[in-house]
Ligand binder design. Sequence first.
Ligand code: FAD
Length: 461
Amino acid sequence: MANMSLKKNEMPVQEPDVRNKNFKEVALGYTEEQAIDEAKRCLNCKNKPCTTGCPVQIDIPAFIAKVAEGDFAGAYEVIARSSSLPAVCGRVCPQENQCEGKCVRGIKGEPVAIGRLERFVADWHNAQPETAVNKPASNGHKAAVIGSGPSGLACASDLAKKGYDVTVFEALHVAGGVLSYGIPEFRLPKSIVQKEIEGLKALGVKVETNTVVGKTISVDELMKEEGFESVFIGSGAGLPRFMNIPGENLNGVYSANEFLTRINLMKAYKPDSSTPIKAGTKAVIVGGGNVAMDAARCAKRLGADVYIVYRRTETELPARAEEVEHAKEEGIIFKFLTNPVEIKSTEDGWVKSVVCQQMELSEPDASGRAKPVPIEGAFIEIDADCVIMSIGTSPNPLIKSTTSGLDTQKWGGIVADEAGKTSKEGVYAGGDAVTGAATVILAMGAGKKAAAAMDEYMQNK
Ligand SMILES: Cc1cc2nc3c(=O)[nH]c(=O)nc-3n(C[C@H](O)[C@H](O)[C@H](O)COP(=O)(O)OP(=O)(O)OC[C@H]3O[C@@H](n4cnc5c(N)ncnc54)[C@H](O)[C@@H]3O)c2cc1C
């Protein structure tokens, strides 16, 4: 029988006062009964508005119908046709703006918990005994993928399934991109990311870590000397931006990327880690996106009192509503309408405090977004011994500067068309390297589109 409840089945979570002291996953996942009950809320709409909201076009009503029948293997099969990273996407996708944002049940209540169901199905699948993967027969063509984030992994997966000999080149010592070095363990356990990467390797994809393309080897060399017929650039947008205010070079100031990399990739929070980290007793995080929430919640777990300083109001916060909610529950203090103008120093060159200008919002401009403007003479000073800058990132210029004939935008993004085709023949690009910082699922969608275009290019060459 259909479940006409207006509310989603709640997701069991660790208690806030417990979880803000550990790095274990916050959300614990549905039981089989909860998943079946939630799946029965789906009306199985014929025109599938949810699927139109999914950048990789998962047949959502079809997988949910299988869950409702208790056929979890069947549900996984439906998802796997379109997505190579369901356990990841079920955890970190902004479903409220995508599939769930289009769900008809959301008109008079809460939408079906599509993300939670996707996660349930992927976790169920991962808990089953491994089955041997049928490696696709080789088609004799060779392709390279630069970067092992979601765009690169999605591209590599689709190419490998078509029989291409694919090598992924990754600068870091661990594959996964932001999924491994940025998003914290308590939102996305790293064992899940590695499991998805192992699945890719089982398809025959080779992953070469510790290879910085542009230093170790160039795109031109990959194509001219190493025999790669086509290359996908999915190198992300990992170059942090700073505010250029006095004191930003003091000890105790981090970019969010560095702070999170130390914690997630180097496991600096573990007593036996050789990588140091210092969140201090009071940490100020500057910014209001998902990255700021992650940095704040990590600093809290390291024992600091944490302030998020954001120059607009709560309404304009770009972070996912769920992340903001979780941050608040964990005791993070938000200072809205405040903008840092100076970081003050102790005598020995460490952060002492952050001076912030108080702001107000002006009338919305042509883009419809209210602009924060300073209130003259209004300042506050927040004591702090750690400051984490989380005001955005851009693509690293290394690949552009070492690849002949590759056009980029002024801000560094690689110029590519809808299918990922760049100005250089045989070279495709996608994900954050093209769009600037965006989302996992958009990066995956771009990787898949590029794989289709690369296939056509290599077959017709
Ligand atoms: C802390 C944080 C939290 C986030 N939270 C969310 C979230 O909750 N939901 C969501 O949807 N999105 C989230 N995002 C955004 C999302 O993770 C990114 O949009 C997505 O990972 C982009 O994928 P990508 O493949 O383009 O690049 P990336 O994931 O950045 O991967 C690029 C890879 O390329 C490698 N690389 C770079 N240069 C070279 C080179 N020269 N040679 C070889 N390798 C190279 C990098 O080391 C990296 O591994 C978050 C981002 C961050 C930083």
